[in-house]
Design a protein around this ligand. Sequence first.
Ligand SMILES: N[C@@H](CCC(=O)N[C@@H](CS)C(=O)NCC(=O)O)C(=O)O
Length: 214
Amino acid sequence: MSYTLHFTPGTCARVPLVALAESGAEFDVKHVQLMKGEHKRPDYLAKNLAGKVPLLETPEGASAQNVAIARYLGSKFPQLLPQTDNAFADAKITANLAFCADTLHPIVTRMRMPMFIADGDEAQQSVREKGHAAMVMMAKVVEDQLANGPWWYGDEWSIQDAYIYWIWFRLLSVDYDVSVLPNWAAHAARMEERPAVQRALKIENDLLEQSTAQ
Ligand SMILES: N[C@@H](CCC(=O)N[C@@H](CS)C(=O)NCC(=O)O)C(=O)O
């Protein structure tokens, strides 16, 4: 196999999973069981000091961090990200991915996992509410962007779409009124029509079923 993705169902590792499925490359998926602490074991930490998924093993070495993995795969498979030789346009592509990784992802984590940030019911409720307020502002950025075309970059599908699709999936798992986000909902429906996305979701569901059967 050329690529091995260390992956956990339900996590942001779905972003490179969808990207690999879209790339047409051969790849392997290794299930990292977070509940068993597999991501904190020395052999895993040797490849990813942060002890998180995703981690992508490539012929050139192992890479962590969604933004870096997306940029790497985008350089290997041009259909996955807009291609440009303009430094400013290139920085914008990174900024859009980082908007998902560093803005949207931490906000949904506050809404869904406040216990990772604060102790006690009251403090956790406050974290949840702050996450909710931040999401109201940031979801509008996504909603407005998606008014311009079927995909983030208009007619051109990209990993950016895989990223906002995962954020959408997370939003559905918290108490958030998504009825005010019709463009984002339609985007998610379009994502689910893509054969590669269906393949990725099947891999994810199969892993989930295997681990719950164990
Ligand atoms: N900045 C990292 C974030 C990765 C991350 O937060 N992964 C979560 C799953 S969505 C994880 O591995 N959590 C387990 C833990 O932190 O122990 C990236 O974009 O790759």
